[in-house]
Design a protein around this ligand. Structure first.
Ligand code: ZN
Ligand code: ZN
Length: 357
C-alpha cells in the first residue's frame, strides 16, 4: 500500500498509548470505541478496531466501506480487514503471542465474547484509564479546533439572540440556533437547551411550546460542532428589570464562575476546582441548589474526562479542557447557569468562551 509522509497530529498520542501498552507488559491492546479510535488516529469510523502492539506498527482494522476514507485521512495507517478481529477465528499475526491483551472494559458483553474467540489464550486487562488520561489532555492541534468551535458558537449565540422576539416559543428559539449551527458548522454537539422563565430551574429542560413574553429571563445552553470538535456554553438573557431574587442569584452564579476560572490551574485536582465554586455557593446559602458538578471535559465528545466533580482526584494538566458551569436552581421559580469552556495552561487557564455574561 502506498503511504505518503504527511504531518500526523495524532502520532504523539498513539506513540504514548503504545508506550503504556509496553509499560503494562501487554502483548497488544485493542481499541474499539469510536471516540477513542479517533483520538488515536484522527479517523472517525463506526466499525473499526485499532490493534496496538509494543514496537510494532499499529493496524487499523475496518471493513471495505471505510478503507478509502482511512487511506485519505490517515495514509500512515496500516489497514486490515475487521473480520480478523471480529470473527470466530483466533487472530494470527506472524509469531505474535497474545497472552495479555488490553481492552476497553466499557464494551458490550457480546463484543467481549468475540474478543475471547479472537484471543483464546489471552488474559484481558482494562486500558480505559490509560486511554482516558491520554485523551483528556488535548494536543495544540486539538486546542486550536476547540478554539474555532467555541468562536463559532459565540458568533451563533450573538446572532441568534438578536433574532429572538417576544411571542416565540422555546422550540422556535432553539430552532434558530440549530439552523445556524447546520449552516455554519457541523450541527449541534448536543440538543440545544432553551428555557424560558421558571423552566430554567430544570437543568436539562427540553425546549417545548412555552412562549417567551420578552420580559422573563431565558437560559440557553448550546454547543456547535466544528472540525469534529464540540463546544459548550450557557448564557442567560437577563431581563431589563429582573426580580431581586433573580439579580441576587445571577450575581452569585457569576461570581462562582469567575472564582473557579481564577482558581483553575495545573496541579490542582478536578475535585478541588469543583470545590472552589461549591464552597462559595454553599457559604452564600445555595449549596443544595447547585445540584450538579462544576464541569466536564469537551473534545471529540461533548462530555468527556476530566470530570470537575466532588472528590474527583484527576490532577489538572496543561491542555485539559474543562467547562466551568455553576448553577442555582429554584424549582417553580428560576434557574441560572453560566458556562464557559476553558483550557488549562502552564500557569492558569485560557477562557475560550468570549460571549458577554
Ligand atoms: Zn452546556
Ligand atoms: Zn456542559
Amino acid at each position: 500500500m502506498r503511504r505518503k509522509k504527511i504531518d500526523n497530529p495524532f502520532a504523539e498520542r498513539l506513540a504514548a498509548f503504545a508506550a503504556k501498552v509496553a509499560e503494562k507488559k501487554l502483548d497488544a491492546a485493542v481499541v474499539f470505541n469510536q471516540a477513542n479510535v479517533r483520538s488515536l488516529t484522527g479517523v472517525d469510523c463506526d466499525n473499526a478496531c485499532l490493534l496496538v502492539r509494543p514496537s510494532c506498527e499499529p493496524v487499523f482494522y475496518t471493513d471495505f466501506r471505510y478503507v478509502p476514507a482511512v487511506e485519505r485521512t490517515a495514509p500512515w495507517l496500516k489497514v486490515g480487514d475487521i473480520k480478523k478481529v471480529g470473527g470466530k477465528k483466533p487472530l494470527k499475526l506472524g509469531k505474535a503471542k497474545f497472552a495479555k491483551v488490553g481492552y476497553e472494559s466499557v464494551m458490550t458483553h457480546a463484543k467481549f465474547l468475540t474478543l475471547e474467540k479472537v484471543f483464546p489464550k489471552a488474559k484481558f486487562e482494562d486500558v480505559v484509564p490509560e486511554l482516558t488520561a491520554l485523551r483528556s489532555v488535548k494536543t495544540p492541534w486539538e486546542v486550536e479546533r476547540l478554539r474555532a468551535a467555541v468562536r463559532l458558537n459565540d458568533e451563533i449565540w450573538s446572532e441568534a439572540r438578536g433574532k429572538f422576539r417576544a411571542g416565540m416559543t422555546e422550540v422556535e428559539m432553539a430552532r434558530i440556533i440549530k439552523h445556524l449551527m447546520i449552516e455554519r458548522g457541523e450541527g449541534e454537539a448536543f440538543e440545544t437547551i432553551v428555557c424560558v422563565g421558571r423552566n430554567a430551574a430544570e437543568c436539562h429542560h427540553v425546549p417545548d411550546g412555552t412562549v417567551w413574553n420578552g420580559r422573563e429571563p431565558v437560559l440557553v445552553d448550546m454547543g456547535v460542532k466544528l472540525g469534529g470538535y464540540c463546544s459548550d456554553m450557557t448564557r442567560n438573557i437577563v431581563p431589563e428589570r429582573p426580580s431581586r431574587l433573580y439579580k441576587k442569584v445571577y450575581a452569585l452564579v457569576l461570581e462562582a464562575n469567575m472564582r473557579a476560572i481564577a482558581a483553575a490551574k495545573p496541579g490542582m485536582t478536578a475535585g478541588d476546582l469543583d470545590a472552589v465554586a461549591r464552597r462559595f455557593l454553599t457559604k452564600s446559602g445555595f449549596g443544595k441548589e447547585f445540584g450538579h458538578s462544576l464541569g466536564h471535559g469537551v473534545g471529540i465528545e461533548i462530555h468527556e474526562a476530566p470530570w470537575a466533580a466532588k472528590k474527583q482526584k484527576t490532577v489538572l494538566k496543561p491542555g485539559m479542557s474543562v467547562t466551568i458551569e455553576p448553577g442555582i436552581y429554584l424549582p417553580g421559580n428560576l434557574g441560572v447557569r453560566i458556562e464557559d469552556l476553558v483550557v488549562i495552561t502552564e500557569d492558569g487557564c485560557e477562557v475560550l468562551s468570549a460571549s458577554p455574561k
